[in-house]
Design a protein around this ligand. Structure first.
Ligand SMILES: [Zn+2]
Length: 155
């Protein structure tokens, strides 16, 4: 599924400010929450994974609403969209290569392959640090603009 137009516009606006680029356009991003998403996120023990413009989200982070639309966990969506833009910026294969290389380098520094070492090696990948940072900023910005909208509508 694609983002609802209102959500797409919101992310685009946020990234225009982040990137200081008024021309920035969010690419068409597809979200998947089916069996494959469940499988891959469970195997890798993660909440979501982005491959190019395709985002595979663990189904428990997606809610089916009464109007049959879906609601994706906001911070997770922002995090994965940050990865989509990293793919765009670096190029598909270069991004994958750099990402996996930095995971391997981090893991080597840990000196063992224990689960906690793998988790830390993953957390310390610069692309992950950046995606977490952007997602946190988005959550804050989203809250701030929503409260501003509330104030405006009271005027
Ligand atoms: Zn990530």
């Amino acid at each position: 599924m694609k983002l609802a137009e209102s959500s797409r516009r919101k992310f685009e606006l946020f990234f225009r400010k982040q990137l200081k680029n008024k021309q920035f356009q969010l690419p068409a991003i597809y979200f998947y929450t089916g069996r494959f998403s469940q499988l891959i996120t469970t195997i890798l023990n993660i909440q979501g994974i982005t491959i190019g413009r395709n985002v595979f989200v663990k189904p428990k982070f997606v809610t089916l609403l009464e109007n049959k639309n879906y609601k994706i966990h906001v911070e997770l969506a922002a995090h994965e969209i940050a990865h989509v833009l990293q793919f765009e910026r670096e190029g598909f294969f270069r991004f994958l290569f750099k990402y996996l290389k930095s995971f391997a380098v981090n893991l080597k520094q840990k000196g063992n392959l224990k689960s906690v070492s793998r988790q830390e090696a993953y957390w310390e990948i610069p692309f992950e640090i950046q995606a977490r940072d952007i997602a946190a900023k988005f959550v804050k910005w989203n809250k701030d603009t929503q409260s501003k909208n509330l104030l405006n509508s009271n005027e």
